[in-house]
Design a protein around this ligand. Sequence first.
Ligand code: E4P
Length: 218
Amino acid sequence: MKFFVDTAEISEIRELAATGLLDGVTTNPSLIAKSGRKVLEVIAEICEIVPGPVSAEVAATDYRQMLAEAAVLRKIAPNVAIKVPLTPDGLKACHALAQEGVMVNVTLCFSPAQALLAAKAGAAFISPFIGRLDDIGHDGMELIADIVQIYGNYPALKTEVLAASIRHPIHLIEAAKLGADIATIPPAVIRQLYLHPLTDKGLAAFLKDWAGTGQSIV
Ligand code: E4P
């Protein structure tokens, strides 16, 4: 499973990139707003740090304006993936961009039917939002299962399932068990993945016993 980080904070991205675990980055207008930075600058900086796909979202809602914005975003770096919302105009833009060989991430997906449309429009990535479905009392993970099953039925569909709106490690593990290709994960959740109390306890015991030997390896 590929790991993308869901943030526009450069310091977080740098730190995670250094672990070698990062395969890409996703941003959205809310994350750009939170960074307090200009979108073109921040995306350019992220693309220099991470060679994998970096999703930059259009802010327009109509097809022509989406393509105009995509033209600007694409120029930043070859690893920019254009993120469009799952609307009729968004999918039309997805189709046009995909025809030109551009990676498109279709975002705000909340149903299997929407995911099927995005794949037919040539999306490189579909972003089903798990957490936001859970928030309204639906089962976000069921959406991942449905999309993985549907795409699996049609090998000609090349769209990767990018599990999004991940709120905790269990979301990630369940999505991985279902075969989602990628997860985009907030930095805080990535840090949680390392943790287990038995690891801490075991390490403390090893260190105590080792100190008792009086040895050193180097
Ligand atoms: C995906 O690309 C989105 O940026 C993100 O996963 C949304 O997550 P949220 O529902 O926690 O805002």
